[in-house]
Design a protein around this ligand. Sequence first.
Ligand code: DHB
Ligand code: FE
Length: 283
Amino acid sequence: MTSLQESPTAAGSGANASENFKAAAANQDLADTPPERVAAIVTAVLKGVHTAIEEYDVTYPEFQAAKAWLMAVGEGGEWPLFMDVFVEHAVEAQVARSQHGTKGSILGPYFLPDQVRLPARAGLPRRADEQGTPLALSGQVRDVNGTPLAGAEVDIWHADADGYYSGFAPHVPDGNLRGIFVTDDEGRFEISTIQPAPYQIPHDGPTGQLIEASGWHPWRPAHLHIQVRAEGHRPVTTQIYFAGGEYLESDVAEATKPELVIDPQDDGTGVRRSTYDFELESD
Ligand code: DHB
Ligand code: FE
């Protein structure tokens, strides 16, 4: 049993997500956006804010409450969480317009690079007493013409049966339920893991306050995060969801797509099995 004390707080997961994002950003090219484009985008964003103020006859106390809230999100380190829940899906949808092959979904704040490399058929690292229904996901990585991609990386990370991610929850050991499967000569892989639970975005901080103040709910449906990479191909960052899963129709992060839903069936030994193939376009 997870004790309350060990449960991650919004501030704890937020701080870890912020550190992780800063480390990743330091190794990446961030946008080199020309001034005219910055001005156009920022003007459009501000216009949206100004329009809402006018439309809803926003008062000074509401304006000051918004300022206090924005400050609290920053002080709590919750910007990566907030951005990935409420904004990333729109960026992903925009980018997806020019991407062929497997549908993408949001990366989210909990990707960690350089996890353990595993053979094509293996179990994800997990605790000796890891809770949850055994789940096996097998499939093939191909290019968009159907050619199998040997040596492709299927990088997977997901929450445990309580909805917590390793690296962002103090009671979960590092590297738990994270790993990179390398496809065999036929581009195939088989991942053994456990069924994750729905994920509740941390609700004891300012993002949670906003969700409560708006009468929304803080849940994402259970999902597997997967990034598939192969040399010479555009990587696919996506998520796999489960048919009939709670919150599938009301994901707070609006990151589900019908093409990304699997329906694993018990194979008679208590393992739920499904297949999913990935298609990558050349870069
Ligand atoms: C968040 C967490 C996730 O697991 C996810 O897939 C997307 C967003 C978040 O807390 O921001
Ligand atoms: Fe997630």
